[in-house]
Design a protein around this ligand. Structure first.
Ligand code: SAM
Ligand code: SF4
Length: 324
């Protein structure tokens, strides 16, 4: 439990700050602040952190980045951590570009769920947002389904004037394939010219846009995974759509259940607060598990009540360097 009585049992682990895409909202153009490879936690270090965290009561883990699948040892990390006592679920967040090649291997390693970013179905708009190739992502989604993943969720970051016309096609795609789709408000974690009022599309507006096509039926009891989305079902199409309103939902942090581990080994108690505590030095110093537990508990003590995004928040690191 943190100082505010919230049960914190979800750890999102960034395995790399590198990525093969360049999303507007995540990686500033010309970004040069990469960690050195040697500064990234090794697979063994990540596994040790998971073991300690599971011993403390963390139950849900997610590998993310940057793009986790640019790192070759992710299947091995998954295979090892899914077997750790206390670990109840292991998920992966990915841009999907490498899933076509890796879905079978990841499934064999024990992965059963993945979240795939999909901000547009128009290839040009997709490229404009991410710099990447939509076909590779669609092939990745198909491969994950064919490999037998139990759940593949889609994530779409809302940007006015960039992908608002894509919301309905995405909902149709989600319905067609039976995949839950979450719409995420843009958070201030990239270069500031992307973060203008003009670009910001609140979840309320996204709901209004969708309701021009179909009725949104609230699903207050729907829990898919461990995130903060509020779900609705579209009446005619049947699509399950979730909304993550970190900026406009003033109660957003009340149900927070997570902390983050950055690729360079810092525990970050809150995505929207600069505070971080270093774990890597203790890992590389071969400190005992008790010392690692103390660092986790200190991070838990420092976990703030709310994120700081609504003030004049200026990111010290972009999303890609924190871990989404
Ligand atoms: N590369 C993977 C991917 O794209 O899913 C995993 C890392 S990414 C940082 C994790 C999630 O964070 C993605 O769904 C992405 O869309 C979201 N994200 C990145 N920057 C964001 C921002 N500034 N505001 C809101 N969501 C953001
Ligand atoms: Fe890469 Fe994911 Fe960030 Fe896009 S959102 S730049 S795919 S890490």
């Amino acid at each position: 439990m943190d100082s505010f009585g919230r049960k914190i049992d979800y750890l999102r682990i960034s395995v790399t700050d590198r990525c093969n895409e360049r999303c507007l909202y995540c990686m500033p153009e010309g970004y040069k602040g990469w960690e050195r490879k040697t500064d990234h936690l090794t697979a063994e270090e990540i596994v040790r952190v998971v073991r300690v965290a599971a011993g403390l009561g963390f139950r849900k883990f997610r590998l993310t980045g940057g793009e986790p699948l640019v790192r070759g040892d992710v299947p091995e990390i998954i295979r090892t951590i899914t077997a750790i006592p206390g670990v109840e679920s292991v998920g992966l967040s990915t841009n999907g570009t490498k899933l076509a090649a890796l879905a079978g291997i990841l499934h064999a390693a024990g992965l059963r769920t993945a979240n795939v970013s999909l901000d547009a179905l128009d290839p040009e708009i997709y490229r404009r947002i991410t710099g990447g190739n939509l076909d590779a992502v669609l092939a990745g989604i198909r491969a994950a389904l064919a490999a037998g993943f139990e759940r593949v969720k889609l994530n779409c970051v809302l940007m006015r004037g960039v992908n608002e016309q894509e919301l309905w096609p995405l909902a149709l795609f989600a319905a067609e394939h039976g995949l839950p789709l979450r719409f995420i408000e843009l958070m201030p974690l990239t270069r500031t010219d992307v973060l203008t009022e003009k670009n910001f599309l609140p979840i309320g507006d996204a709901m209004r846009l969708l309701s021009q096509h179909d009725e949104l039926i609230p699903q207050p009891d729907c829990r898919l995974g461990h995130g903060p989305a509020r779900y609705y079902q579209l009446k005619k199409t049947g699509a399950l759509v979730g909304f993550i309103g970190a900026m406009t939902n003033l109660h957003f942090c009340e149900t927070c259940n997570k902390m983050r581990l950055t690729a360079d080994g810092k525990i970050r108690p809150c995505l929207g607060d600069h505070g971080e505590i270093d774990l890597r030095a203790a890992l590389r110093n071969n400190d005992d598990d008790e010392s690692l537990r103390k660092i986790f508990l200190e991070a838990l003590r420092l976990k703030p009540l709310d994120h700081q995004f609504r003030g004049q928040y200026q990111p010290l690191r972009p999303m890609t360097a924190i871990g989404g």
